[in-house]
Design a protein around this ligand. Sequence first.
Ligand code: PMP
Length: 395
Amino acid sequence: MEIYSDSAATTAIDPEVIETMLPFLTTNFGNPSSSHWAGRKVREAIDQSRKKIAKLLNVTPEEIFFVSGATEGNNLALSESIREYGLNHAITSKIEHKAVLEPLLRHEREGDIEISYVKLDKKGNVDLEHLERLLDANPQSLISLMHGNNEIGNLTDIQVISRLAKKYNAVFHTDTTQTIGKVQLNLSEFPVDFLVGSAHKFHGPKGVGFIFINMRHKLKPRILGGGQENGQRGGTENVIGIVGLAKALEIAYRDFDLIKEKTSALKRRFISEIENSGIENVGYNGESRSETKSLGSIVNVSFPCLQSGSLVSKLDQFGIAVSGGSACSNLGNGGSHVIRAINNEADKENVRFSFSKFNTAEEVEHIVQTIVNIYNADSIPIEPNVLHQSFTWIH
Ligand code: PMP
């Protein structure tokens, strides 16, 4: 039996999305920049996709640019705004995704910016008073704070941060990769300068996403060539991906309440099964036990170390796909930068379970029963190569 419980890493493509993409793999093959009928058909599909996404987010189509995913979107927003506006100070947090931290660190190494890290509490919540003090001391900063954390699910109040950004004349970028399609955002209600989405996180295809660039910004073109994406990003568009992205987002909004209800119920069920499982010394990282302060689809559990190896690897051996990191001394891979930043509990294995609309309650029960079986069998010696099988945190 194979169970996929790693929807924060990626999701299965929805069959409706595949159906929408298929004509663009077959009959609708024209180059969208061609002026003839074959090109026009495809251009029209890209335009409609952009409009659809803009409407769902309540922004204008001119503010949506298609890219290869959230990594590119984050890099573009951060690097181009630093370059364009000569920003020399960035405020971020230690629990951002590497697609934010790495480009910021490179700018710091190259002497473009200094970075301040906003304080977090033990559960990974941003200290908003500290953020305001940092902004007060460093006007015209670049703020990059994520909306939903990919490891612990924490939700950040980006509406409040957006108001602070406005008050202190800062540029506000937020990594919304985990929340697009899962939290409804009405961007007309609060200003954000840049945010990103990646289709494969909400049952769309991989390798395609978008960046929202608030119309007050006019960035220099980043990839020069054919002038596509309003001159911002040259190169023939990923048409199949773009139509799939728009359809996936449309479905996420259409079925919003149903999906939210289902994934939240799975998370509740999982937590209650774990708590009745008899496994001792189990904890929850960040706010991931909460239904309101954390995404309904993610729960991050700290388990006591197994003598016999990694729980994530063992679950994989039983066909269960989850992600994790470990501070257990017998595994020694150092664990995740997110968990390290908020919680110094040594000798715990942190496992992220993330659910999608395709998971079932039976799967949740089976996962917990498998964990119980693994703990019960932990005294039984296993193969040495299994013992040190490593795994990497976390996408
Ligand atoms: N930011 C966050 C919060 C993510 O979860 C991910 C996906 N792991 C990314 C950025 C990067 O997304 P992609 O790999 O689709 O570019």
